[in-house]
Design a protein around this ligand. Structure first.
Ligand SMILES: [Zn+2]
Length: 470
């Protein structure tokens, strides 16, 4: 991996873009500090330090699905790392999580032309009978096509939802395909199916299938559910296109265990004037079980820890507290996000701003916010401070990230620093999400953007009001 961090040219760019001499005095000061934060985050040494956090988490905890031994190691890693890096009030707040385990899994086309298929169980799937499930495959082009099938149309079949995910910078190709992952199995079962497979909700053309959460509808038979790697979905579709019956075997050994304990791991940079007011930087500590969770969400963990450290390194502490929250079990039910909002309900009104990093290591390219209308001008100011990093302003209200959804009850102001996700879904939730995919320079640009945002929010005299309700 190569790192070229253009600190000098960035400083020039910052100086030109911000024109501090034309801004009011307090604004000139914020430009200088934003420049300082960016310069510090973008040094090669800082970029490598952030990347080393990802390497360490990927190595020490490794695959860390909720409830697993890796998940427990991740909690211990995070507590120790935050202490070692000088965070205050470091603690692990307990969170109950579901515990599901993958076992051996395989698939094969049996007729007309036998060959193996690369597939993986969707998270939460029941097992197949021992020896596997053999059935004829019924292909539908989309979840909508499955929904349009009459009752019984899939009797005794394995339903195959074959919708291709579109590659998009903002990741918006994911939503339309991932709906089938969540409810496809139950919809297929309602129509008589005995098994469910889908084309991976992924853009990579390697043979690593993409897993992710699925759920069963109450009162509907639970059928085994798996995702085919993209080239294997092509194979199966090609076989079906010949017009002869295609049968396959699906073998999944999965099991459900009793709920387990995990934790939201928290560390703070305490504020100098208003320590009870909080700027929350979030990421999630858990990962899917196939890869080592370097991009999802080791990168986010490194970004928020490193950003808080950059602010802590300024000569003056921020006015408010910067709280890093590494959420438990984002992937398999948002247990950590929900528990945080519940446990911290009485201080949500003192959460001045929250943002989450959970989209790999792609550079931040867009800024969006959701704050009180009277605070929008401040967000414009923050956007000017971010602009030299190549970040433009989007037109939608910020969503805040999955773990921050439960904070909506407290109408906590949110910021989105949208990352470039063009290649994210080549690796996301696959065995190929490993540390070698991390680009330290790109990670450093994220750290700079999060550091500026955290500092700006922690320092602002009045805050940003409450976000508009839904
Ligand atoms: Zn994630």
């Amino acid at each position: 991996m190569k790192t070229t961090v253009a600190t000098v040219s960035l400083l020039t760019l910052l100086a030109v873009a911000c024109k501090p001499s034309e801004a009011p005095p307090e604004a000139a000061a914020d430009v200088a500090i934003a420049q300082q934060l960016a310069a510090a985050a973008l040094t090669e040494a800082a970029a490598q330090e952030a990347a080393e956090l990802v390497r360490s988490l990927s190595l020490v905890a490794g695959p860390r699905l909720a409830g697993s031994a890796g998940d427990a190691r991740a909690v211990a890693w995070a507590e120790a790392k935050l202490r070692e890096l000088g965070f205050e009030n470091v603690r692990a707040e307990p969170v109950t999580v579901p515990h599901w385990e993958r076992g051996a899994e395989s698939g094969e086309i049996l007729t007309p032309y036998p060959q193996p298929l690369h597939l993986t169980a969707l998270g939460g799937s029941v097992a197949t009978p021992p020896g596997g499930l053999v059935a004829e495959v019924l292909r539908v082009a989309s979840l909508d096509e499955l929904l349009a099938l009459p009752a019984d149309a899939a009797r005794g079949r394995i339903v195959f939802v074959d919708r291709v995910m579109e590659r998009k910078r903002d990741g918006s190709g994911y939503g339309p395909v991932v709906a089938a992952r969540g409810r496809g199995a139950s919809e297929a079962a309602k129509r008589g199916a005995v098994g469910f497979v889908m084309r991976s909700a992924a853009t990579g053309n390697h043979r690593f299938p993409h897993t992710g959460a699925m759920r069963y509808e109450e009162g509907v038979p639970k059928i085994p559910a798996a995702a085919l790697a993209v080239p294997d979905a092509d194979l199966l579709a090609d076989a079906i296109a010949l017009g002869k019956p295609v049968s396959m075997r699906l073998t999944l050994e999965t099991r459900w265990l009793p709920d387990a304990m995990s934790a939201n791991v928290i560390g703070e940079i305490r504020g100098r004037e208003r320590p009870d007011e909080i700027v929350l930087l979030g990421a999630h500590l858990d990962s899917w079980d196939l890869g080592t969770g370097a991009l999802d969400d080791g990168a986010g963990v490194a970004i928020v820890i490193s950003a808080a450290r950059q602010v802590a390194a300024l000569p003056q502490r921020p006015r408010r507290t910067i709280r890093v929250v590494l959420f438990a079990n984002e992937e398999f039910g948002l247990s950590g996000g929900r528990e945080y909002a519940r446990v911290h309900a009485d201080e949500l009104d003192r959460h001045v701003l929250a943002t989450e990093a959970d989209f790999g290591d792609g550079k931040v390219w867009r800024f969006e916010s959701k704050v009180a209308p009277e605070a929008l001008a401040k967000m414009d100011r923050l956007a000017t401070l971010l602009a030299p990093l190549g970040i433009t302003v989007g037109s939608d209200p910020a969503g805040g990230g999955a773990d921050l959804g439960p904070l909506a009850v407290g109408r906590v102001p949110l910021v989105d620093l949208s990352q470039d996700g063009t290649t994210y879904f080549d690796y996301h939730h696959t065995a190929d999400d490993t540390f070698d995919k991390i680009d330290p320079a790109s990670l450093a640009q994220n750290v700079a953007a999060y550091a500026i945002t955290a500092w700006f929010a922690a320092e602002d005299p009045e805050g940003f009001g409450r976000a508009p309700g839904e």
